[in-house]
Design a protein around this ligand. Structure first.
Ligand code: MG
Length: 166
């Protein structure tokens, strides 16, 4: 009888930016947030989900979200990024890895996302299969500096920890 490979803790980091555009809904962490503008992108441009996806893929030693879900593939046009996260978790499970936690920060001047953070955590907990308390979603402004400060777009950073077979 073979013994299972020992599990080791691993960490990944993710970063993403999307530009504001008129005429699209703003979706962050799978939650639609009232805003005069949304984010531009091939998918629903959910910058928070994209940063989290890259953090998880990085933790398990996989290539990034652009490799797994190329933005020149018409099948991903307008796709919900929650669905992309669901597919990332299929890859995690196929590796025999287990997601432990995710922590993320949104960097945006506007709109204020504070009132929607709990809804985002709930949505992410559902797709990631971990408790809400293991999902950090924080938000900060950029103190009016740079492209975020000029309200040209929203940035997101994330880290993820997994247990993976050695
Ligand atoms: Mg992106």
């Amino acid at each position: 009888m073979s013994t299972p490979a020992p599990m080791i803790p691993l960490t990944g980091i993710g970063y993403d930016v999307h530009r504001f555009i008129e005429g699209r809904p703003l979706v962050l962490g799978g939650v639609e947030i009232p805003s005069p503008r949304g984010l531009d992108g091939h998918s629903d441009a959910d910058v928070l989900c994209h940063a989290i996806a890259d953090a998880i893929l990085g933790a398990i030693g996989e290539k990034d979200i652009g490799f797994h879900f190329p933005n020149n593939d018409p099948s991903f046009r307008g796709i919900s990024s929650i669905e992309l996260l669901r597919r990332v978790m299929v890859i995690v499970n196929a590796q025999g890895a287990r997601l432990l936690n995710v922590d993320a920060s949104l960097v945006a001047e506007a709109p204020k996302v504070g009132p929607y953070v709990e809804a985002m955590q709930a949505k992410l907990a559902q797709v990631l299969g971990i408790p809400q308390k293991r999902i950090g979603v924080k938000a900060t402004t950029n103190e009016r500096m740079g492209f975020v400060g000029r309200e040209e777009g929203i940035a997101a950073l994330a880290v993820a920890s997994v247990l993976a077979p050695e």
